[in-house]
Design a protein around this ligand. Structure first.
Ligand SMILES: NC(=O)c1ccc[n+]([C@@H]2O[C@H](COP(=O)([O-])OP(=O)(O)OC[C@H]3O[C@@H](n4cnc5c(N)ncnc54)[C@H](O)[C@@H]3O)[C@@H](O)[C@H]2O)c1
Length: 273
């Protein structure tokens, strides 16, 4: 990690549930790079208590906020500016949940109330977060907003179910809001499309173990870990990437541009013998 890369920068990190969370690794690395930030998660996630350990380690305060609740978000942004002593240089949206995936509902048999709830949590919340920051004028000039996504937004991964549609919507919001945030506030907005990663959200997808190993065999550089992802997020928060905006950035060891790899082919050759 480049020491001091985020010296003097202030931010909010959503979504650190436990030490496997991608947001947890981002918080650790942003702290090492000199940033100050507020940690937040849904009130229900606080009950597990792990976030307090992270907060102590990073010298951060924790403000609970349900990312689908505008009052919670207004309180979060207002208080964060007060606590950190100025406007924000970065925001990480690391939030995702599908009730249909969690309950094993097949894509051809979705519960549409759950679909709407999952969409609100996983996609619309990104608009809610940015609209709050925009209206309160909470972002500093040349600030950076990042959300995490997955390649099922572009290609079909059947077991990813309605999360694929949520991610497509999320990526579109990044482009649409990225225009307004760029034009009017000089703030950039990007999504990072990350490799499958063993976290609570990731492991909830059916067949995850087989899939993570398939992705690893397909990717010339192997899967990107949560720590790798955190390093990439830190680079996007830094002043080294000030003109990168409205992009969906693949961070997947090359997976997204592969057709087939020798390692995967070999398995079929062996099977045919
Ligand atoms: N794990 C993977 O394989 C993978 C791959 C690509 C992208 N992603 C994305 O990375 C992001 C982070 O997920 P993760 O893998 O670290 O898993 P995780 O389960 O650790 O994090 C998901 C977070 O969303 C939070 N959340 C859920 N509902 C919320 C609400 N209403 N308000 C606020 N927060 C809420 C949870 O409390 C949790 O902290 C998600 O957007 C996920 O889709 C994950």
């Amino acid at each position: 990690m480049l020491a001091n890369l985020l010296e003097g920068k202030r931010g909010i990190i959503f979504g650190a549930l436990d030490e496997n969370s991608i947001a947890w690794k981002v918080a650790e690395q942003a702290n090492e790079a000199g940033a100050m930030f507020v940690l937040t998660n849904a009130p229900v996630a606080m009950r597990m208590g792990a976030i307090q350990k992270l907060a102590e380690k990073c010298g951060s305060e924790v403000i609970p906020a349900d990312a689908t609740n505008m009052e919670d978000l207004e309180n979060l942004f207002t208080k964060s500016e007060e606590i950190l002593g100025g406007k924000l240089d970065f925001v990480l949206h690391s939030i995702g949940m599908s009730i249909n995936v969690r309950k094993g509902k097949h894509y051809t048999d979705l519960n549409h109330d759950w679909m709407a709830k999952g969409w609100d949590i996983s996609a619309a919340s990104f608009h809610r977060v940015m609209q709050t920051a925009y209206k309160l004028d909470s972002m500093a000039e040349w600030g950076s907003i990042v959300a995490l996504t997955y390649m099922a937004a572009q290609r079909t991964f059947p077991d990813y179910s309605d999360m694929a549609d949520n991610k497509a919507y999320l990526e579109s919001i990044a482009r649409s809001f990225g225009y307004h945030f760029g034009k009017n506030k000089n703030v950039r907005v990007n999504t990072i499309s990350q490799s499958p990663t063993p976290t609570t959200a990731g492991s909830g997808v059916k067949g995850f173990d087989g899939f993570i190993s398939y992705a690893d065999k397909m990717s010339p550089l192997g899967n990107a870990t949560a720590d790798d992802c955190a390093a990439y997020v830190v680079s996007l928060f830094s002043d080294l990437t000030r003109k990168v905006t409205m992009q969906n950035l693949y961070h997947d060891g090359g997976f997204s541009n592969m057709g087939v790899s020798d390692a995967v082919m070999q398995q079929f050759v062996d099977e045919d013998k």
